[in-house]
Write a protein that binds this ligand. Structure first.
Ligand code: SF4
Length: 702
């Protein structure tokens, strides 16, 4: 049969937060191929391997095609069942748990992978319809720190940038970020910068980005793991000593600078050089570069967020931008790069730990406003915040939460400290997993699996890292009886007996109209977006977009220097550093670094491992990067099998000998489930984000 397409439509990619536009080529209304969209302002005709392979993972053999119910009569195996039985069981079991132990005894864990409309319906159904109090998302694992930092510093969770800033900076400071492989299209945007920018990569590991930056006359600062807070306070002190400050900006748009200046006065050049391991000369040169009056943009990702003190580190970066006036102008900003395709949607519309539209559950006026906008009784909205993800896990361990509903996330692979996690989730009375693959590690523990449609098999919107709302479209049929998460939630509402409450939530596009109302007068106001068609025709629209907003401008935040606190000023927030939770010792002499291993793999590989092309681009055996001097000392040969062990567990890996890691450090990619046998379940105290990046391990030959 001919593979010549008879039509093409455009939508955005469903992996990372870059949000690239893809042309989907159709035959008889079904996707047969794709190419990156040249006109889309995000990717300008580029895509990474995951994007190119996005359609091919939909046809995997292990898609969940029917509901599956654990059957005690046949050795407790998961057996296919019908939707009626599945939904009746879901309702009966969760209601029975709530009846016996109270409404808060059932919780949910959601995701940054589904469309905003589904997130909103899930959160509304769970909290307003089912009386669930506690629910959180897997964005706790990636973005919670940036959210908390922005809220405290700016008054709202508001990444200020537009991708054009990559091309308009004179100095690009990347901290704990490896865009070459984690956000390859963003890296391409940096490469398009015609201003000959200086690129500075701050990372203990000599990442692909560090190597590329050096090749472009940039530099790599291989600081000691978790010495970033010291580094940024030290840089602030050097800037103050050199009076390389934007005094007008500080005076007119910020508060608490004097106290901050007093705080960082303790961070002498000697101290900072000593604690970070970086030469004093290099520190001085970086401070001079930042303070030179050029356009400086600061970018960070998981190296900052996934830390025991990530919120304060993110704010230390924000402070550098504030004190040098590098905010609200082209090529500047204190810019957190998000991870998942719709982590930003989750930040506004998940209804998990914040109320829809960036509102607060604890604020009575906000509850009234949201109830009015959605036409639901205000007393259905909880007046307390949800427990955060780690607290939900803790409550399961204490047997306070007995029922859990997991949607489009795979914590049995990704949650920190797997030994405890598996023991804990097996305490649940009832675990439901809603996922597109029945083979996901968490689905293996489930009592009930609900088969979900994937990206490409449903409609809705995602929001990317630069706050651009883009469309996702149905271009393929979900296999078997799998349904879009949206329709699963609608069915659950009916079976639960609260379907009436969601009568207006007729389709994803109807929900988008409801969400617009919820955002009115918020910093994320999108009331000026007419409908999906407008989003499509405009190649995505960045928030805010209130009625009458100008489409033509670059949509960067804080151009007027007004922030979202009541006094319109940004805050300098700071604190003494905390010691590393698990320092190395004789028994565990290496610091374990974790992170992405390749641009071809995505998180727990649930989807990307289904593509034969992507599998070929990434080693299928677990490896550990080790410094040549360390392997020599331990008598390990390159390519030899070694055991990497922490106090919590061990894994076996191939020794990959490379100077990308420093002596005394090892790196294991996060994509294999075993990695989290090693990690230490400690959390940032403000964001409750897990600190995946630095625990103590040993390495030995096996
Ligand atoms: Fe998709 Fe991200 Fe790759 Fe773009 S960079 S194609 S959004 S995975």
């Amino acid at each position: 049969a001919s593979r010549t397409p008879d039509a093409t439509t455009t939508m955005i990619c469903g992996y990372c937060s870059t949000g690239c536009g893809l042309n989907i080529h159709l035959k008889d209304n079904k996707a047969i191929n794709l190419t990156p969209t040249t006109e889309y302002p995000v990717n300008l005709g580029m895509a990474c391997p995951k994007g190119w392979e996005a359609l091919n993972v939909l046809n995997a053999d292990d898609r969940a095609t029917t509901p599956l119910l654990r059957d005690s009569a046949s050795n407790g195996k998961l057996r296919p069942t019908d939707w009626h039985t599945a939904l009746t069981t879901f309702t009966d079991r969760f209601k029975a748990i709530q009846h016996k132990h109270g409404p808060a005894s059932v919780a949910f864990l959601s995701t940054g992978q589904i469309v905003s409309e589904e997130m909103a319906l899930l959160g509304a159904l769970a909290k307003f319809g089912m009386g669930i109090v506690h629910g959180d998302g897997n964005t706790r694992q990636c973005m919670a720190t940036a959210v908390t930092a922005y809220k405290q510093s700016f008054g709202f969770d508001a990444p200020p940038y537009t991708y054009a800033d990559f091309e308009q900076s004179d100095v690009i400071v990347l901290t704990g970020a490896n865009p070459c492989i984690a956000h390859p299209i963003m890296w391409e945007r940096i490469c398009r910068n015609q201003r000959s920018p200086r690129i500075v990569v701050i990372d203990p590991r000599r990442t692909e980005t560090a190597v590329a930056a050096e090749a472009m006359a940039g530099e790599h600062l291989p600081l000691r793991p978790k010495s970033d807070l010291t580094l940024f306070y030290g840089l602030a002190n050097l800037l103050i000593e050199a009076d390389a400050l934007d005094h007008d900006y500080i005076r007119e748009h910020t508060t608490d600078f004097d106290a901050f200046a007093k705080h960082v006065a303790d961070y002498s050049l000697d101290r900072v050089a000593n604690e970070t391991g970086l030469p004093a000369q290099q520190l001085r040169a970086l401070a001079e570069l930042i303070g030179s009056g050029k356009r400086v943009s600061f970018w960070w990702t998981m190296g900052v967020n996934q830390s025991h003190e990530g919120t304060r580190v993110a704010q230390a970066i924000i402070n550098l931008a504030l004190m040098t006036g590098n905010l609200g102008k082209p090529g500047t900003g204190a810019n957190s790069i998000t991870g998942q395709c719709n982590a930003m949607g989750s930040r506004l519309f998940s209804n998990t730990t914040s109320l829809l539209g960036g509102h607060a559950f604890t604020n009575a006026e906000h509850r009234e406003k949201v109830a009015m906008a959605l036409d639901i009784p205000v007393d259905r909205i909880p007046s307390e915040d949800s427990l955060a993800y780690p607290e939900i896990i803790e409550a399961i361990d204490k047997e306070q939460i007995k029922g859990l509903w997991v949607i489009a996330t795979n914590p049995a692979h990704s949650w920190i400290g797997q030994r405890d996690f598996k023991r804990i989730i097996d305490k649940l009375d009832f675990l439901v997993v809603q996922d597109m693959y029945r083979s996901a590690e968490t689905a293996q523990h489930a009592d009930l699996v609900l088969p979900a449609a994937a990206w490409g098999e449903k409609d809705g919107t995602f929001i990317n890292s630069e706050r651009r709302i883009g469309l996702v479209k149905k271009v393929a049929e979900a296999p078997g009886q799998a349904l879009a998460d949206f329709w699963i939630f609608k069915l659950i509402a009916q079976y639960w007996g609260c379907g009436e409450m969601f009568a207006q939530w007729e389709s994803p596009e109807h929900v988008f109209q409801l969400l617009k109302r919820v955002t009115a007068d918020q910093p994320c106001d999108i009331t000026g977006i007419a409908d999906y068609r407008m989003i499509d025709e405009c190649n995505g629209i960045q928030w805010p977009f209130a009625k009458g907003a100008d489409l033509s401008s670059e949509r960067r935040l804080f151009e007027d220097g007004r922030f979202y606190h009541a006094d319109s000023r940004a805050r300098f927030i700071f604190e003494r550093g905390r010691p590393m939770p698990e320092p190395v010792n004789e028994a565990y002499p290496f610091v374990l670094l974790t992170g992405r291993g390749s641009s071809s793999q995505w998180h727990t590989q649930t989807r990307t491992s289904k593509s034969s092309v992507l599998r070929k681009l990434y080693p299928q055996r677990v490896y550990v990067e080790m410094h040549p001097a360390d392997v020599r000392r331990l008598g390990i040969e390159a390519g030899e099998q070694v055991s990497v062990a922490s106090r919590r567990g061990a894994l076996q890996a191939i020794a990959f000998v490379t100077p990308t890691v420093q002596r005394g450090q090892v790196f294991v990619p996060m994509h294999d489930a075993q990695t989290n046998r090693l990690t230490d379940p400690v959390f940032d105290p403000y964001s409750r984000q897990p600190a995946y990046k630095a625990c103590a391990v040993s390495v030995r030959r096996v």
